[in-house]
Design a protein around this ligand. Structure first.
Ligand code: PGA
Length: 235
């Protein structure tokens, strides 16, 4: 249990006062923690923590792309991971899986490790299409990728920010399936779970034997909850 990964996806929850408070309160994190601040705050985090992820990247290294951030520039700033394919990015920026594949290739080419988010909607789950959706995402997103520097985050979309967490058995079965697909591709990536993880449920969720860690949204922006989750995960 001590080695489970904890990915802190702070999304766009914090203002600068929150960031200063966060950094003051959070130190001595284990190196199994990856912090993913909003991009403008990355310079505040970069020399204080081992593992920093950028929340998204544009798949071109340099040029006239207003509003975009490249993997190349993130890497030069000291960032070592990139989240790719989060369901909020897929939705708000209308990302296709082909585009996500380009993002992954760009990240890998620039030596950023990737946290690839995949997951089904409630409609897809109810229509028994979870496996089909996940296989499609893995097939297209990972086309031409043979790097093991990819972490897969299974995040059922209906669980994100809702408190509606699948049963442990459901999570186990889905993660087994994801690992089987990855093995078929010759990849042995670790697979983490995300969706309403918090200090109240992380201990129970960490008893699921094939879950290699967690990606946390809302709770990751609250320092007391981060410290509590770290304690629970490492005890
Ligand atoms: P949540 O978000 O923990 O707020 O549900 C998880 C995520 O989107 O990564």
């Amino acid at each position: 249990m001590e080695n489970k990964l904890l990915v802190l996806n702070m999304k766009m929850y914090m203002d600068i006062d929150d960031v200063n408070n966060y950094i003051k309160k959070i130190s001595n994190l284990s190196n199994n923690v990856i912090l993913c601040p909003e991009s403008i705050y990355i310079p505040y985090f970069i020399n204080k923590y081992d593992n920093i992820a950028i929340q998204s990247i544009y798949p071109i290294d340099k040029g006239a792309y207003t509003g975009c951030i490249s993997a190349y520039h993130a890497k030069k700033m000291g960032v070592n991971y990139a989240i790719v394919g989060h369901s909020e990015c897929r939705k708000y920026f209308n990302l296709t899986d082909e585009y996500i594949n380009e993002q992954i290739l760009s990240a890998i080419n620039n030596n950023l490790k990737v946290i690839l988010c995949i997951g089904e909607t409630l409609e897809e789950k109810n229509a028994l299409k979870t496996k089909e959706k996940l296989k499609y995402q893995l097939d297209v997103d990972l086309k031409g990728i043979n790097s093991n520097d990819i972490i897969i985050a299974y995040e059922p979309i209906f669980s994100i920010g809702t408190g509606n967490v699948p049963t442990n058995d459901d999570i186990y079965d889905t993660i087994e399936y994801v690992k089987e697909i990855l093995r078929e591709k010759g990849l042995n990536s670790i697979v983490i779970y995300g969706g309403s993880v918090n200090p109240k449920n992380i201990k129970n969720l960490s008893s699921i034997s094939n879950v290699d860690g967690f990606i946390v949204g809302k709770s990751s922006s609250i320092p007391e909850e981060v410290l509590e989750m770290e304690k629970l995960l490492r005890s």
